[in-house]
Design a protein around this ligand. Structure first.
Ligand code: AGP
Length: 614
């Protein structure tokens, strides 16, 4: 997954490109490049392996003037990260340059044909093939750039968000997308193009989310023009951006991840805003109202997601079965899409995705749609591909999540799923009124309880110091906290590179207990609830084998306190809402351990914020 940015207007383009790429580096950061056309019509291209700062150092002292340009930060899919594979890529004549986020699946066959017609290639990328094809069509059919791009994309199979620039036409940028995200900003006599709104928001709030199979022609002094791949004119739908610049800055925290952990009281509250009124006994998710009948008659709900979002789906399983008495299955999108699953028309699919761009989840949605299922989305990015691929849905209003490790998105997803399960329970009448009202009031108190959990940061940091050199870790939970055990393990491994596994606490006896020794930290959630005594027994089994136990307990707990090596006391809440509070210590623990180990917390090795390739 890569970050793309483009600008056409009256300002100096280079600073806009570089700042935009910095804002997009969370999307991929193994190489970066920029291309500008200066006032004399000269095309300058600077691109290299490494981060945007490396690119900036490389370009220093060179001609970076001009008011039209494109930029790219890469997460390699075809061709290793190096200078020649970095974007922008040149056409054969080197007059046209192109940047790309996505995968051209049939690039090899196109490349073979181009080679036979005398084209030579510098890189191993699929992207370079596309810009050669565009130029060949442009020259052969004497087309304008926009039409040549449109014609070329009709030969392409795959996903793309591209921006194309022609040295011989410094008044025009051409953009196009399919399966990868793209936002176009519209200012006074200027246009901005980016993978998301973060490079645009400080300049304009007027944006157009390009739809799949659309080509946008941006020309100086003219209004934005959009054509479909079938060459039909499309009227641009201009929306107002709702995020602010500070949303995307670190806000004084050392890392985006820490900022986002501390934003959770607000992001959970925002995810409930306008959807919950405990006093009036109201839960209402506008996005699903027109599908209430579907929920009411659903014989089965299937969650499809990846990673942390899959863990949120696992919490959703417990919520919907407990509150709405609907059977639930939770599927990894990558498995679901290739398994030829049995899907009935009265199945209800709920797709969960923070970025709204995860390729496997998107593909799983298309498969389920093709079999007649209704798809509900739970996404965090407005206008994202998954949001637009579903029949309906409810956004998590967590705001931009920049840190690669998902934190506030998880609690926002669980919040929305809790509201959804309560909404459905209400229309199905599966919850006694008293229990329903009690849950609404308790849900309303969760942001405050998360705030209280965040106050444990200092003691959690002390515990982190004791286990920062561990090589392995076990996370245990039962019932509603089993998914939190999985989530805690994922957080630790993806940012500190310590191997960690999450298990249902009872499963320990079926193998993992063999791992227990004095070197093995075992992180257990042992909050008050129907499984409490059983978890206490599990803790004793670990202690009997000299394991180190770090337990999250309900404030005031005495029993576990007397057994575990360390306890973290969180505010008491309803068992079904414990995931929202008990995940906070595990987020902070993994954050501090990763920082103490000198890891790149916001951009962990090998990872990207959203996996838009298979
Ligand atoms: C979680 O910390 C990871 N960044 C990763 O597992 C992520 O949750 C997964 O890739 C799914 O992303 P999505 O929610 O944007 O679809």
């Amino acid at each position: 997954m890569c970050g793309i940015v483009g600008y056409l207007g009256t300002r100096e383009v280079y600073p806009i490109l570089i700042k935009g790429l910095r804002r997009l580096e969370y999307r991929g950061y193994d190489s970066a490049g920029v291309a500008m056309i200066n006032g004399s019509g000269h095309l300058n291209v600077y691109k290299r392996k490494g981060k945007v700062s490396d690119l900036e150092n490389f370009a220093t002292g060179n001609d970076t003037t001009g008011t039209i340009g494109i930029g790219h930060t890469r997460w390699a899919t075809h061709g290793e990260p190096n200078d020649v594979n970095s974007h922008p890529h040149y056409s054969q004549s080197k007059n046209i340059v192109l940047i790309h986020n996505g995968i051209i699946e049939n690039y090899a066959s196109i490349k073979e044909g181009l080679k036979k017609r005398g084209h030579t290639f510098e890189s191993q990328t699929d992207t370079e093939v596309l810009v050669h094809l565009i130029e060949e069509i442009k020259q052969h059919d004497n087309m304008k750039l926009g039409h040549a791009v449109l014609a070329a994309l009709n030969q392409v199979i795959g996903a793309y968000a591209i921006v194309v620039m022609d040295k011989n036409d410094p008044t025009t940028l051409v953009a196009a997308k399919k399966g990868s995200p793209m936002v176009i900003g519209i200012g006074e006599n200027e246009f901005f193009i980016a993978s998301d709104a973060s490079p645009i928001v400080e300049f304009t709030k007027n944006v157009v989310y390009l739809e799949d199979e659309q080509v946008a022609i941006l020309r100086r002094g003219e209004d934005l023009k959009i054509r479909s791949l079938k060459d039909k004119e499309v009227t641009p739908y201009v929306q107002q951006l709702t995020i602010e610049l500070e949303n995307i800055e670190k806000g004084g925290y050392d890392h985006f991840m820490l900022k986002e952990i501390y934003e959770q009281p607000r992001s959970v509250k925002d995810s409930m805003r306008g959807r919950l009124n405990a006093e009036k006994g109201i839960v209402s998710l506008g996005g699903i109202v027109e599908h209430e009948a579907k929920f009411k008659n659903a014989k089965r709900i299937i969650f499809i997601a990846c990673g942390t979002s899959w863990h949120a789906g696992l919490v959703g399983e417990y919520l919907f079965e407990e509150f709405a008495r609907i059977p639930v299955e939770v599927e990894y999108a990558s498995e679901f899409r290739y398994r030829n699953p049995v899907i009935y028309p009265d199945d209800l699919i709920i797709a969960i995705s923070q970025s709204g761009e995860t390729a496997d989840t998107l593909a799983a949605i298309e498969l389920a749609k093709s079999k007649g299922a209704t798809i509900i989305g739970v996404c965090n990015v407005v206008g994202s591909s998954i949001a637009r691929a579903t029949h309906a849905g409810s956004y998590t209003h967590a705001g931009p999540e920049i840190g690669v490790a998902s934190t506030k998105a998880f609690t926002a997803q669980v919040t929305v799923l809790t509201l959804m399960a309560l909404h459905v329970a209400r229309i199905k009448g599966t919850l006694p009124e008293s229990r329903f009202r009690q849950l609404l009031y308790e849900l309303e108190s969760i942001p405050t309880k998360i705030e209280q959990a965040l106050k444990l940061n200092a003691e959690i940091k002390d515990i982190a110091f004791k286990f920062k050199d561990s090589t392995n870790a076990l996370y245990l939970g039962r019932g509603f906290t089993f998914p939190v055990a999985l989530e805690g393990a994922l957080k630790l491994k993806e940012i500190s590179y310590i191997h960690a596994e999450g298990y249902p606490a009872a499963e320990m006896k079926h193998g993992p207990i063999a791992l227990i020794d004095e070197e093995m930290p075992v992180f257990v959630i042992a909050t008050k609830g129907p499984n409490y005594e059983k978890v206490v027994s599990n803790i004793q089994e670990v202690k009997a084998r000299k394991g180190k136990v770090i337990a999250v307990v309900t404030a005031g707990d005495k029993e576990v306190k007397g057994t575990a090596d360390h306890t973290i006391e969180i505010p008491e809440t309803d068992e079904s809402l414990v995931p929202l509070v008990s995940v906070i210590p595990w987020q902070l623990l993994s954050y501090h351990i990763a920082v103490m180990r000198g890891c790149n917390v916001d951009q962990p090795r090998n990872l990207a914020k959203s996996v838009t390739v298979e």
